[in-house]
Unconditional design. Sequence first.
Length: 114
Amino acid sequence: MTIGENLRKARKAKGVSQAAIAEKVGAGKTTYIGWEHDANPPPADKLVVLAKELDVSVDGLLFGDEGGISSEMMDIFRRFDSLPGPAKTQAKMLLRALLFTLENGANASEGAAA
């Protein structure tokens, strides 16, 4: 998908009009519409504001869902990143243990079904 298509998709998912998002990022409506139609890409500083206003990552706007990280996971990563050092270390250990348990449980279930 193009940047314009990704912008349109994110804006519609957020339920805001072109005029409203243009105003929030400090651009004219015509300029914003040009971005959605890939007439020219938004400048980098506007991409950052657009991503914030649309609750998506800049990567999401640039590359779309193609191998990207969902906004829900990005929120989890942000929360994780804001933890103090010792809590972050503990969270990593717990997450690794949980993933190990879930992966091994899935593998055991697949083996039993075969």
